[in-house]
Design a protein around this ligand. Structure first.
Ligand code: ZN
Length: 247
């Protein structure tokens, strides 16, 4: 099947405009997110061009309703075509350098402590300080951290590597991002499909996300409150926001 034909069919079954991107990605075989406006961005391994009408219907159903049935059908197709997917040219991966040691805090130590205290050491992901932020005149908001699913990596803003930041505050930030890793792995560990992914450019403080943030659901928020010093960090964060914006 040609690109256009595939796209047309997907649009027909979803009844929505599709921005189709073919990839040779072997790990994330299929993902989608809502673009600006109505459009749905679909990134899919080019192997799917060989799929049948039924599979395209399943993809459409998964996009619209994420049903178990459609997911299983897609997974089955992936399994059947695994060899071919593996033969595709590997995508070039940039090596990730991890920075644990900051000037005031060691992120790995914090991660290990939180992992032990709240997660029975079950969270298996990487952590690093982000890049040094460029000086901006006046920040309007701060993104303290992010969990980057595709890289299984937590990044923490360098702004927090400051002696003015109390331990409980940075520990909370790490805890929060670890919760993202926890829920992501809980829901996705056994499948090769990944859910909509943030488009992340972690330069300085900016994390660009084209996806509407629906990741802090009720379950997440409940778990968030298990952090021992939750109220304290909330109060401190509010009281010191202005000061942090100037860091
Ligand atoms: Zn979050």
């Amino acid at each position: 099947m040609e690109f256009e034909e595939f796209k047309q069919k997907l649009q027909k079954y979803t009844k929505q405009p599709i921005n189709l991107i073919l990839t040779t990605n072997r790990r994330i075989v299929f993902s989608f997110n809502r673009g600006e406006g109505n459009e749905i961005n679909v990134r899919i391994n080019k192997i799917f061009l060989n799929s049948t009408q039924g599979i395209i219907k399943a993809i459409a159903e998964f996009i619209l309703r994420r049903t178990r049935k459609s997911k299983n059908e897609i997974k089955k197709f992936i399994r059947l075509n695994q060899d071919e997917i593996d033969r595709l040219k590997p995508v070039r991966r940039r090596k990730i350098f991890l920075f644990h040691q900051g000037v005031h805090f060691n992120l790995k130590e914090i991660f290990d402590k939180i992992n032990n205290k709240y997660f029975s050491n079950k969270i298996d992901c990487r952590i690093s300080w982000g890049k040094y932020p460029k000086k901006v005149k006046r920040k309007k908001s701060i993104r303290y951290g992010a969990f980057i699913q595709e890289k299984n990596l937590i990044m923490v803003s360098r702004v927090l590597d400051n002696d003015f930041i109390p331990d409980f505050f940075i520990e909370y930030i790490v805890y929060h991002e670890m919760l993202h890793a926890y829920f992501f792995n809980l829901k996705n560990s056994k499948i090769r499909l990944t859910y909509p992914q943030m488009q992340i450019n972690f330069s300085g403080l900016k994390v660009k996300s084209k996806r509407p943030q629906i990741v802090h659901d009720a379950e997440f928020k409940l778990k968030e409150r298990e952090f021992a010093e939750y109220e304290r960090k909330k109060k401190w964060g509010k009281e010191n926001l202005e000061k942090m914006l100037k860091l």
